[in-house]
Design a protein around this ligand. Structure first.
Ligand SMILES: [Zn+2]
Length: 85
């Protein structure tokens, strides 16, 4: 069987594997949390799926652990802004 080599990533909350383009990559770049739709930013990324429940559940603790750095209050506010509805 030929595989199609679609890159898969895991949502940090629900742990479901999805195609990369169905997830939003979050990166800690220059000390700030940023969404990285192009996937080109350097640094350790965390992926969240399209489910708003995952965004709501992805609090400071989850993302700090996934990104291996401390999230600030501003970053949490940004996360809330980016939450899909
Ligand atoms: Zn999820």
């Amino acid at each position: 069987m030929r595989s199609k080599h679609r890159p898969q990533r895991t949502c940090v909350v629900c742990r479901e594997k999805r195609e990369k383009r169905q997830l939003t990559r979050l990166v800690m770049a220059s000390g700030r949390l940023q969404a990285d739709p192009s996937g080109k930013l350097d640094g350790r990324g965390a992926y969240l799926c399209e489910n708003p429940a995952c965004w709501n559940a992805a609090g400071r603790a989850t993302l700090s652990r996934a990104l291996r750095c401390e999230l600030h209050e501003d970053d949490c506010a940004l996360l809330r802004q980016m939450t899909p509805s």
